[in-house]
Design a protein around this ligand. Structure first.
Ligand SMILES: Cc1cc2nc3c(=O)[nH]c(=O)nc-3n(C[C@H](O)[C@H](O)[C@H](O)COP(=O)(O)OP(=O)(O)OC[C@H]3O[C@@H](n4cnc5c(N)ncnc54)[C@H](O)[C@@H]3O)c2cc1C
Length: 456
């Protein structure tokens, strides 16, 4: 067994781990990444990128189907899933090659294999012991299921659902959060009949309530069925389909059942607890500097309780590399992290919901700008809204948006909330006409008491 010494040993090469390694190398640290599968992790191979490629194909299908509404005669002949999959896989492959290129240009060592923490400063992999002054745990998350709900065959998680070779005729989705509504959207665009089962009272329950209401209205229009406040009870599968039984006894027939009930921490059997790292139901809690309870061991990304988003992982990774290099970076605060859900219509939000703001501040003001007054949204034939939440006479603390393509507006919203901008500050900066970006300017004008294309 050989011993190798590094400044940083990163366990897991997903968004959190690879970002940490790239930044550590830039800062002159000797770094190694241990990865059991593919550099890029969930986001690149099974998450963000493939799902967004599928959603884009779905958007194109919708445009073809709806071309007549803008005078373009077209008819949708069908969805060729093998061509959709090669388009999607092509995107993933190009990005994967790019990432591998970055690593080889930076001469960062990648050790392939399943790593295990065997001492507080050592990861063992395939007979090698990699010793680091610092260890970064970045092993990510896995798709959860429900007790008694066995995965396999026609019962699947997003991991299998991204590579279906046929469009399901009928699909049932358990879970109406981000992953559930994204798959509902894409399968509906491809022509499937979709039913979402959500135990909580509304779709996307973590979002501002008005976004849920708007999404539910838009999904109803798209003939996506959803049953909120409804619990799954059991499923049976045969060669031809699945029968899903709901609490109360109702049953649904479908070709596939997608289980989208959240993601759990990937930490079992990796030696974390044996080396003294405190776990909380498998998660690795950290302080705001992403330090675990063991000196020299950090954790990043989905493994750390909080938002499960790729850009949070990147930010965590960069933070830890800079922390190790002594740059004293600013902590990453979850409430300042932007969130986009890429269904049709898109949802985008950052900062506090109205309810959260009311818990934090004595007095709160809000404004809802309807995209009906926004020229570009009219051109795109999308409805939706922008809701701003501010501390009374204070800065904007939350931005919540829904509408086709509104995810692209998240950048300004992120700057607004994190720079603690006042509505007057945002209103004073010009927004190009006609863009959907104007809706942020209009909402800020209205909240500053000087509405232009809206009512105060
Ligand atoms: C369907 C889906 C869609 C998503 N869409 C989005 C989106 O649009 N935007 C967004 O921001 N986020 C999205 N996410 C979430 C995003 O993918 C994750 O937040 C992100 O991948 C987390 O990065 P990570 O580095 O913490 O973990 P991961 O990306 O899961 O990486 C962990 C890596 O560690 C490796 N590993 C684990 N254990 C070991 C071990 N013992 N030894 C060696 N290697 C190991 C794994 O193989 C993996 O490569 C989506 C997720 C899914 C499932």
């Amino acid at each position: 067994m050989s011993d190798d010494n590094y400044d940083v040993v990163v366990l897991g090469g997903g968004s959190g781990g690879y970002a940490c390694a790239l930044r550590a190398q830039q800062l002159g640290l000797k770094v190694v990444v241990v990865e059991k599968d593919k550099l890029g992790g969930t986001c690149l191979h099974w998450g963000c990128i493939p799902t967004k490629a599928l959603l884009h194909a779905g958007e194109v299908a919708d445009h073809v189907r709806d071309g007549g509404a803008v005078g373009v005669k077209a008819s949708l002949e069908g969805i060729d899933m093998s061509a959709v999959n090669s388009y999607k896989d092509g995107v993933v492959t190009r990005l994967f090659k790019g990432l591998q290129g970055l690593f080889s240009a930076a001469k960062i060592e990648i050790v392939e294999g399943e790593g295990r923490l065997v001492a507080a400063d050592t990861v063992e992999v395939g007979g090698r012991r990699l010793t680091g002054k610092n260890i970064v745990l970045a092993t990510g998350s896995y798709a959860r299921t429900l007790p008694g709900l066995e995965l396999g065959g026609r019962v699947m998680t997003s991991q299998q659902a991204i590579s279906l070779t046929d469009v399901p005729g009928r699909a049932v989705i358990i879970g109406g959060s981000v992953i559930g509504v994204e798959f509902a959207s894409v399968w509906r665009s491809f022509g499937a009949e979709v039913t979402i089962i959500e135990a909580l009272p509304r779709l996307v329950p973590a979002e501002e309530a008005v976004l849920s209401k708007n999404l539910e209205r838009a999904f109803s229009k798209r003939k996506i069925t959803f049953k909120t406040g409804t619990k799954f009870e059991s499923v049976e599968q045969s060669d031809s389909g699945v029968t899903v039984t709901l609490e109360g006894g109702d049953t649904l027939e479908a070709d596939v059942l997608l289980v989208a009930v959240g993601r759990g921490p990937q930490s079992e059997g990796m030696g974390f607890e044996e080396q003294g790292v405190t776990l909380d139901r498998g998660w690795v809690p950290t302080d705001e500097r992403l330090r675990t309870n063991v000196d020299g061991i950090f954790a990043v990304g989905d493994l750390v309780p909080g938002l499960q988003l790729a850009h949070r992982g990147f930010a965590h990774g960069i933070f830890v590399a800079e922390e190790i290099a002594g740059l004293e970076p600013m902590p990453i605060v979850d409430s300042g992290i932007p969130r986009v859900t890429y269904c049709n219509p898109e949802l985008a939000s950052v900062g506090l919901t109205e309810a959260e703001a009311k818990e934090r501040y004595d007095s709160v003001e809000t404004y809802e700008y309807n995209l009906g007054g926004n020229g570009k949204s009219q051109i795109l034939q999308t409805g939706g809204l922008v809701k701003l939440v501010r501390e009374k006479d204070g800065p904007i603390v939350g931005v919540h948006m829904i509408g086709d393509r509104m995810g692209e507006q998240i950048g300004e919203a992120t700057l607004t909330v994190n720079w603690e901008a006042f509505p007057d500050d945002v209103a004073a900066l010009l927004h190009s006409h006609p863009t959907q970006n104007e809706s942020l300017g209009e909402a800020s004008l209205a909240l500053a008491g000087k509405p232009l294309h809206s009512h105060a």
